[in-house]
Design a protein around this ligand. Structure first.
Ligand SMILES: [Zn+2]
Ligand SMILES: [Zn+2]
Length: 291
């Protein structure tokens, strides 16, 4: 049983989060707050896990060589700004736009599916949209200038998930939200779904060994996302662009299952030193300056 739980760590975390949501639902807690609970709980769990049993001990903030203040401070600030402020603003802005589109075209329909089926359909739709936008982020030079900030860290952890240009969030996540709400997916059901799917990037960026099993590999796992973050100069095509499922990467031929070793490097090739101001102000700096 212990071995099974260890092997299925990803599905275990996912099940606990879904169970937590169902509990919040039964307690009549408003769905708009669910993601605050699930995201914070999983982030704390992963940060503790990374400290106690890291995949790569040299990636911890505190090692025998000292404390990685630059990484720690950048990760904390981006978590607060991106995860707490930008994502809420992107959500509110997209709902507002979708509502206007619906009223402009006189759309009144709602998706009449059971909430569970709405979630399954929405996951495939949102992951398809994320897949293509993320792929273009790597292929179109101007978009890469925006997205490259997310690829700068040379070590990853759950706290690094939110590293990125606020525009990155707007460009990747607004289209799916607008599409889902214009199509008439239920807002409360989508809020519940987002409180689950938002934890997947936390897991995929974490410095925790999530075993790759046949069952778990339906979803994006840290191994796959580390391959996506492989150290390169953006001219080498990368893999694993989707954020939730491996399905679209498998369909479009960009799935790469690894394996990777402990010497796997992440980051962006640059002849410029990685200085503090470039980490913090990269979201302003990178769109107008070469890496
Ligand atoms: Zn990327
Ligand atoms: Zn990433």
């Amino acid at each position: 049983m212990r071995l099974f739980l260890k092997n299925q760590l990803f599905l275990l975390v996912l099940s606990v989060v879904i169970g937590g949501d169902l509990l919040l639902w039964s307690l009549k807690v408003p769905a708009i707050t669910w993601a605050d609970y699930t995201y914070s709980a999983v982030l704390i769990f992963l940060v503790v896990f990374e400290f106690v049993k890291p995949r790569n001990a040299s990636w911890n903030y505190i090692t025998k060589d000292g404390v990685k203040f630059r990484e720690l401070s950048a990760d904390v600030i981006f978590q607060v700004v991106e995860a707490a402020v930008v994502s809420a603003a992107v959500f509110a802005m997209s709902v507002w736009l979708a509502d206007h589109i619906r009223s402009y075209f006189g759309l009144k329909h709602q998706v009449g599916l059971h909430w569970a089926l709405q979630c399954v359909a929405a996951v495939f739709i949102m992951d398809f949209i994320r897949y293509w936008i993320h792929r273009w982020m790597h292929q179109v030079p101007l978009l890469w200038r925006i997205h490259s900030l997310h690829h700068m860290p040379e070590r990853l952890g759950a706290m690094s998930t939110a590293r990125g240009n606020p525009l990155d969030d707007v460009i990747i996540y607004s289209p799916e939200l607008i599409v889902l709400f214009v199509l008439g997916f239920d807002k409360d059901v989508m809020l519940g779904l987002y409180s689950v799917v938002w934890i997947i990037p936390l897991i995929t960026h974490s410095n925790v060994e999530f075993p790759v099993t046949r069952l778990a590999s339906v979803f994006q796992l840290p191994t796959y996302h580390l391959i996506h973050h492989a150290y390169n100069d953006a001219t080498t095509p990368t893999h694993n662009f989707a954020e939730i499922l491996t399905f679209w990467d498998r369909v479009f031929g960009t799935f790469n299952a690894g394996p990777i070793g402990l010497d796997h490097r992440t980051g962006v090739v640059s002849d410029k030193p990685r200085e503090w101001h470039r980490e913090f102000f990269g979201w302003l700096y990178l769109p107008i300056n070469r890496l």
